[in-house]
Write a protein that binds this ligand. Structure first.
Ligand code: CDM
Ligand code: ATP
Length: 282
């Protein structure tokens, strides 16, 4: 049997997220700062000669046909005409609908992993472009470098934010990204600024007031964390993160969390663990 290729699908954090407008197609113009963390899912790919794409891990509430892993594998096969297939397994650790980009990261790791396994030799830029049709955050995970993003999140400028430690708390709710963007009370008129002018003191997330209003528990988690460290929601929620200078400080605060709140401690990294692993495989 062929050796499987195992690759990480890390989470991302939006260190800030401003909504600067709405396009005629309904999508929103953003200015955001993406950083990865060294925590996420792990995917395992084994090539198949018969061309079939099989996802061997079941997802609660997501049929295989609509799973972004299967969609990404089919997209690559269709675009390249590759006759091979794959068996795919995943160790799922990232919550769904958490604002950590888990689905997009799974899709990106599938595109990059199968491109390698099948020997397609498609450039990262092209994979990122194809991936955008699967989800707004797929391109950043394909590129694998911390970046400011504009447009709907697909125009990048490399960035080098401090690689802090984060305590990420997962409130017991799932937030639907589409519904947040449709909300009447969403702040979508932050003036667009040159990226160099956005200072750390200005960092904020425009989705917070709307999400907090509809999900009281997320605001509760946010207020709790704020007592210990600077805190912010990532993406459209539900996860909230607090920033620390050391792992010890993050773990100490984690030990004080109310027991019903799930959490993890992770380090911010400006190069994706996916690309770190691929470099080792070279
Ligand atoms: C807000 C972010 O979390 C920032 O990282 C992402 O851009 C959201 O990415 P995502 O969860 O992959 O979202 P998608 O699946 O692409 O979009 C879900 C829905 O959110 C809305 N949406 C998404 C991104 C965007 N820039 N404007 C939007 O209005 C659209 O209605 C879309 O149908
Ligand atoms: N492989 C996958 N992993 C997670 N979710 C998936 C996957 N495939 C499809 N989905 C669907 O996509 C939805 C969003 O999942 P995801 O984990 O990307 O949310 P998110 O972390 O809020 O993303 P974002 O930060 O991009 O808003 C899920 O609720 C699920 O229905």
């Amino acid at each position: 049997m062929a050796t499987p290729l195992s690759l990480p699908a890390p989470a991302k954090l939006n260190l800030f997220l401003f909504i600067t407008g709405r396009r005629p197609d309904g999508y929103h113009e953003l200015q955001t700062l993406f950083q990865f963390v060294d925590f996420g899912d792990e995917l395992h790919f084994t090539p198949r000669e018969d061309g079939a794409i099989r996802l061997l891990t079941e997802f609660e509430g997501v049929p295989a046909e609509s799973n972004l892993i299967v969609k990404a594998a089919r997209l690559l096969k269709e675009k390249t005409g590759c006759p091979l297939g794959a068996d795919i397994r995943i160790d799922k650790r990232l919550p769904m609908g958490g604002g950590l980009g888990g689905g997009s990261s799974n899709a990106a790791t599938t595109l990059v992993g199968l491109n390698r396994l099948w020997g397609c030799d498609i450039s990262l830029d092209t994979l990122a472009q194809w991936g955008l049709t699967l989800g707004a955050d797929v391109p950043i995970f394909v590129r694998g470098k911390a970046a400011f993003a504009e447009g709907v999140g697909e125009i990048f400028t490399d960035a080098n934010p401090p690689e802090s430690w984060y305590l990420v708390v997962v409130p017991p709710v799932s937030v639907n990204t589409g519904l947040v963007f449709q909300a009447d009370d969403l702040k979508r008129d932050t003036p667009k600024r040159p990226i160099a002018e956005i200072q750390p003191a200005d960092w904020a997330n425009d989705c917070e007031p709307t999400v907090f209003k509809h999900y009281g528990v997320i605001e509760k988690v946010f207020s709790w964390l704020l007592e210990y460290a600077p805190a912010r929601m990532t993406g459209t929620g539900c996860c909230v993160f607090a920033r620390f200078d050391s792992q010890v400080a993050a773990v100490a605060t984690q030990s004080l969390l109310p027991p019903q709140w799930q959490s993890f401690v992770a380090k911010g990294v400006n190069r994706s663990p996916l690309h770190e692993r691929l470099a080792v495989c070279d």
